[in-house]
Design a protein around this ligand. Structure first.
Ligand code: NAD
Length: 497
């Protein structure tokens, strides 16, 4: 039995004991009815079994979850901005305090990524901006004063990925509640238990310290049906999806406004003006992070032919392991699923989910080579049409492609990025090269001379979010992303000078 299962059972037993003792659970006793009139509270069913729907925000039913979140929104509205700030503080504090335990639980459930980085991604939730981002825009003049304020939507529905379940959920809560909203989550089915655990802990603390119930709701067993029911619910005013092409398409077809943090396949261009040693270190750091699960992570490298050998030499000296062509071929056959009749060189392959986010040592084994268990990254020379270049592989195996010129590197980067407009990276000290790549790729994040995570404030300037809204254009999401702008005008003789 996993630690998570044990914890859930402990919680259920303690609630049952509380009820058998005749004491009503304080949460149920004080909670107001939900907005649509349905009772979203935990209640005993026939035979004395507790119906768990609605326990600490964890719901079985999508409509109940949305209604309860709407009720949570109304409670938050009553309590004002101070309550929002307190919720933000609670989420940041709990994410940091529980980082080790929750990181381990998430890895145990999803079996993808690395424990050290799962923990780090929770510790850095404190870098996500909160209510301080909502300063109104004000104007005064001969005709009076005008104030533009950022106001909440109400209930935001958020879809979270398996790659960073609790971190995305926590960052979304900070942004969305800072903006005055309640949230209902339909998490990835493969990372739903850990997400429900975090929501439950956040809600317990929010109810205890702020007195709001069900500000955050989550579907315990998410499905496509629950996604559709959430999208249809009248209380849900805005969607925020973080995931691959399937969910982005589904959200955009839902008829609701959607903020979409979609897929990426970030190319890296390395020219002969950069510091090659630093570029090698940065590329390893970014591509190896959480076994390359980050949507912003380095997924393929285009390097000038004249410096390619030295770049790969520096990568080897920094602990990355180079595969030879035969090893690459074996790994490719294991890492991708090819349709019948397609060779291993075919770019239109499907990523084998069994190897997504696995350790470099596991990939090396599939390639037929033994490496140290702490090896962070594998790399291999490929051509530009190789599936490791063309697919968002999310594995710590980086393809390196030689190019004859910066122009060719930009062209191939553009092709490999597939117009996701997500992230691109250059290692160069030539401003012309930087500008040419920036213009050609037009990505939401463009990092120069650093690993990918500098684009989200880790070692670079800026703030953090795990939802980078790419196809819909909001960029690195922040509290303002989840607001409506409302103008208040007072026409009068208010000028005193
Ligand atoms: P995924 O697309 O498999 O799942 C994401 C979420 O969408 C899950 O909750 C899943 O259940 C749901 N979903 C999938 N298809 C759906 C559909 N047709 N209708 C409704 N819901 C659907 O993604 P994943 O493997 O968990 O995460 C990796 C992907 O997410 C990568 O493509 C990565 O680039 C992307 N991602 C993007 C960002 C960003 O900020 N842009 C951040 C993290 C991950």
């Amino acid at each position: 039995m996993s630690a998570l299962d044990e914890k859930l059972i402990r919680d259920v037993v303690s609630e049952v004991m509380q009820r058998l003792g005749g004491a009503a659970a304080p949460a149920a006793a004080t909670a107001p009815a939900s907005a649509c009139g349905c009772d979203a509270r935990p209640r005993p069913s026939g035979g004395g079994i507790i119906v768990r729907s609605g326990r600490n925000g964890v719901f079985q039913d999508a409509n109940e979850a949305c209604a309860a979140a709407h009720d949570g929104f109304l409670q938050l509205r009553e309590k004002g901005v101070a309550a929002r700030a307190k919720v933000v503080e609670i989420v940041k504090t709990l994410a940091e305090a529980n980082a080790e335990e929750w990181g381990r639980i998430e890895l145990e459930e999803t079996k993808i990524g690395r424990l050290d980085h799962k923990i780090e991604k929770l510790k850095i939730i404190k870098l996500v901006p909160g209510v301080e981002w909502l300063n109104p825009y004000a104007r005064s003049g001969d005709h009076g004063i005008t104030l533009e304020e950022y106001t909440p939507f109400g209930v935001v529905a958020a879809i979270t990925p398996s790659t960073h379940s609790i971190p995305t959920l926590s960052g979304n809560i900070v942004n969305m509640v800072a903006a005055g909203n309640a949230v209902v989550f339909n998490p990835h089915p493969g990372a739903a238990k850990c997400a429900a655990l975090a929501v439950s802990e956040y809600n317990k603390a929010i109810e205890r310290e702020v007195g709001i119930r069900n500000l955050i709701a989550i579907i315990e067993h998410p499905t496509l049906d629950s996604f559709n029911a959430i999208c249809r619910h009248e209380a849900v005013r805005l969607l925020c999806v973080t995931g691959g092409p399937g969910v982005v398409k589904a959200a955009m077809q839902s008829g609701k406004r959607a903020i979409c943090a979609g897929p990426g396949n970030p190319p890296v261009l390395v020219d002969d003006t950069c510091c090659l040693k630093r570029a090698a270190r940065d590329i390893i750091q970014g591509a190896a992070y959480d076994n390359n699960l980050l949507c912003i992570g380095e997924k393929e490298v285009f390097v000038l032919d004249s410096i390619a050998d030295r770049l790969m030499q520096f990568m080897s000296e920094n602990g990355a392991v180079k595969l030879n062509p035969a090893q690459l071929d074996r790994l490719t056959k294991a890492a991708f699923i090819f349709k019948e009749g397609q060779g291993a060189g075919c770019p239109h392959a499907t990523v084998n989910r069994e190897l997504v986010g696995k350790d470099a040592a596991v990939l090396a084994k599939a390639a037929g080579v033994d490496v140290r268990p702490d090896t962070q990254l594998l790399f291999a020379e490929t051509d530009a049409s190789h599936p490791f270049v063309q697919e968002e592989q999310m594995m710590p195996m980086l393809p390196i492609v030689r190019v004859k010129s910066v122009e060719e590197g930009i062209e191939r980067s553009l092709q490999a990025e597939h117009n996701y407009k997500h992230t691109s990276i250059i290692h160069s000290h030539d401003v012309e090269h930087m500008t040419a790549m920036a213009r050609a790729l037009d990505t939401t994040l463009f990092v120069k001379n650093g690993p990918c995570m500098t684009g989200l404030g880790l070692g670079g300037e800026g703030y953090l979010s795990f939802s980078v809204a790419t196809p819909t254009g909001e960029g690195i999401t922040n509290p303002r992303t989840f607001t409506r702008t409302r103008r208040c005008v007072m026409v009068d003789n208010l000028r005193i000078y």
